[in-house]
Write a protein that binds this ligand. Sequence first.
Ligand SMILES: NC(=O)c1ccc[n+]([C@@H]2O[C@H](COP(=O)([O-])OP(=O)(O)OC[C@H]3O[C@@H](n4cnc5c(N)ncnc54)[C@H](OP(=O)(O)O)[C@@H]3O)[C@@H](O)[C@H]2O)c1
Length: 268
Amino acid sequence: MSTIFITGSSSGIGKETAKLFAEKGWTVIATMRTPEKEKELTSYENVKLYPLDITKPEQIEETVSAVLAEHEVDVLFNNAGYGMKARFEDMTEEIMWKSINTNLLGMVRVTQKFIPYFKAKRSGIILTTTSLAGEMGLILDGVYAADKWAVTGLCEMLYSELAPFGIQVKTLVPGVVKTRFVMEQIPNEGYEEMVKNQVQLLIPDMEQVEDASEAAQDAYTAVTDGDKDRMCYVTGKRAKELYAKRQEMGGEGFRRYVRNALMQKEEK
Ligand SMILES: NC(=O)c1ccc[n+]([C@@H]2O[C@H](COP(=O)([O-])OP(=O)(O)OC[C@H]3O[C@@H](n4cnc5c(N)ncnc54)[C@H](OP(=O)(O)O)[C@@H]3O)[C@@H](O)[C@H]2O)c1
């Protein structure tokens, strides 16, 4: 039986992934900031809850060491994240730090802890939830955009750096998924029309917003498809379309396409 270690398992994509892997017979190390509040995952015999706030290095040390003393881990799924919506000039130090500390440094800390372990056993998969916001420029994403691009870049770098040790590095790239992911809102005056256009670009059909269970299914595919060469798993119909458009148009063409779509004026 294989074992997956998941960060941010208390809700959304992390929780659905924990449930799916458990149902497929895996041992799931479901980590979260407040395991004492968890009511659903406790009903699975093969799901083990551990406390983990990825902004706390000492807790990462403690939890990862405790887990590795008891379990052989095959997959690390870096999934925890924090979002914001702000005009770039309005981001506070506090919000910027929370974003970088969670999305970028949190992922770095947990991954660093697992690399020597995976290197020693010469196998392992590191799957990380990035975002379409790490593949294209979406307005008002603030430092979240930088974090997700940075994490995408890190994964691409590690894809080669860890390959000689049999470690596979993969990304799960969601567009818009129905979860309780709320991007911290800071007033966005002056961007009302662009925001409407951006929502239209990302969600042309509200009926088709992706469920977290679909993202979990794609996480499962990324881990189990046996494809040692593929890094990027875009999840969700619209995200796949936009990602394909970027490949097809190239970086410059796609950037212009997005900017023009966001700047379109509403017909009166
Ligand atoms: N939903 C979308 O549309 C979307 C799109 C693109 C990318 N994503 C990415 O998908 C991932 C999962 O988000 P989701 O959509 O499933 O939203 P979600 O339901 O809000 O889940 C976010 C998870 O991250 C956890 N978390 C936040 N800060 C943490 C910290 N410091 N340490 C440990 N855990 C922490 C949350 O835990 P608590 O319960 O303790 O807060 C929660 O379990 C994130 O990386 C997000 O950036 C989501």
